[in-house]
Design a protein around this ligand. Structure first.
Ligand code: NAD
Length: 329
């Protein structure tokens, strides 16, 4: 099938929305028709900066497009998605898909009935440091993730679980091929009146366990992931872009592109720890996501993160949130 140009709009052009505008403006198969933001000053600023039409209301924009990116504050994702689907417009929604599960289920049902693509912006899936692991068979037994960030007022319309931890819930669900069995969670509010730090432990039916720590009041930013499984350990720095793999090898001389082989003796046998620092292919994850969205609309690719996957991550995040709130209030 020929890859055509999609008429597209961006709704919400704040901190992240401006980057959607920038990419759609430059992507070969996007015809960026215009933007809409309830903050008229901001809309005007972005309209001038990118020389793109600033629509006065959402309906005027929706009348002219086939697809949109929804990059508003999370509380508005659901209502905007609904209007778009009613107008048969494909949607890319920034994470989290919606603020409530009820809204997510409603839009997914509507999208299904209207044959509309719903893609969710869980951008970490396209982080080159994570993609580097693709050649390996990943069957984690234990995962540890830390996502810490200094405080900014952006994102505080929702607790840290929906703002930050949901990225890691989505990563874990993409790595562990098993059903969730149980959740333990703890957290507290420190600077805002909602949860600012949270810790969760997810246990899966296949025995895998994931431990996630998220904070929006840290001194420095950290985004680290560790994966442990039989004969394999990996540390991934999602922020700095570094992926290290440690594997157990029985063979000393096998030609592998390893950097270091460390011998160790166990039960009268010598084995080797093979250490590799993986070569990352640096690509802009947002650009890749949006390209994938344009192709998904035309049936040329599948969405990297589907609406259903966004909904499943939301369900767990809300459950974690509920447990913490019950515990501390
Ligand atoms: P922001 O506050 O900087 O921007 C939000 C914009 O939406 C504002 O300009 C606001 O005026 C506009 N807006 C609010 N309600 C609207 C409505 N009903 N109609 C039209 N415009 C409306 O926030 P942000 O940091 O850009 O975050 C936006 C979304 O992106 C959030 O859902 C957030 O969770 C998500 N986000 C995702 C990532 C990621 O890594 N994928 C990173 C940052 C933010």
């Amino acid at each position: 099938m020929k890859y055509k140009s999609i008429k597209i709009g961006v709704i919400g052009v704040g901190h992240l929305g401006q980057h959607h505008v920038k990419h759609f403006k430059n992507l070969q198969h996007a015809n960026l028709v215009g933007i809409f933001d309830t903050n008229r000053e901001r809309a005007e600023e972005i309209s001038k900066k990118y020389n793109i039409k600033n629509f006065e209301n959402i309906n005027l924009l929706l009348n002219r497009v086939e697809a949109v990116s929804i990059v508003t504050t999370t509380q508005h994702h659901g209502e905007i998605a609904e209007v778009c689907i009613k107008n048969k417009i494909h949607i890319f929604i920034e994470k989290p898909i919606t603020a409530t599960l009820k809204e997510a289920d409603k839009i997914l049902k509507m999208a299904d009935e209207n044959k509309i693509i719903v893609q969710v912006g869980h951008i970490e899936r396209l982080n080159p440091a994570l993609i580097a692991l693709e050649p390996y068979i990943i069957e984690p037994k234990f995962i540890e993730i830390q996502r810490l960030a200094p405080y900014t007022s952006r994102g505080t319309d929702v607790p840290v679980v929906l703002d930050k931890m949901i990225h890691d819930i989505d990563i874990i669900l993409s790595l562990v091929k098993s059903k969730l069995k149980s959740i333990q969670a703890t957290g507290m509010s420190i600077l805002t009146d909602s949860i600012d730090i949270a810790h969760a432990r997810l246990r899966f039916n296949n025995g895998a366990v994931a431990s996630i720590m998220s904070s929006r009041i840290a001194k420095n930013e950290v985004r680290k992931l560790k994966i442990f499984q039989k004969d394999f350990y990996s540390t991934i720095d999602l922020l700095l872009g570094m992926t290290e793999v440690y594997r157990i090898s029985k063979n000393k001389n096998k030609t592998e592109k390893s950097i270091v082989k460390i011998p160790f003796d166990y039960k009268d046998k010598t084995k080797y720890i093979v250490y590799e620092k993986l070569k990352l292919i640096k690509k802009d994850p947002l650009k890749m996501e949006l390209k994938n969205f344009l192709k998904s609309i035309q049936g040329l690719q599948k969405p990297i993160v589907t609406g259903k996957q966004g909904r499943d991550a939301l369900e767990i995040a809300l459950e974690i949130q509920k447990m913490i709130i019950k515990d501390i209030y």
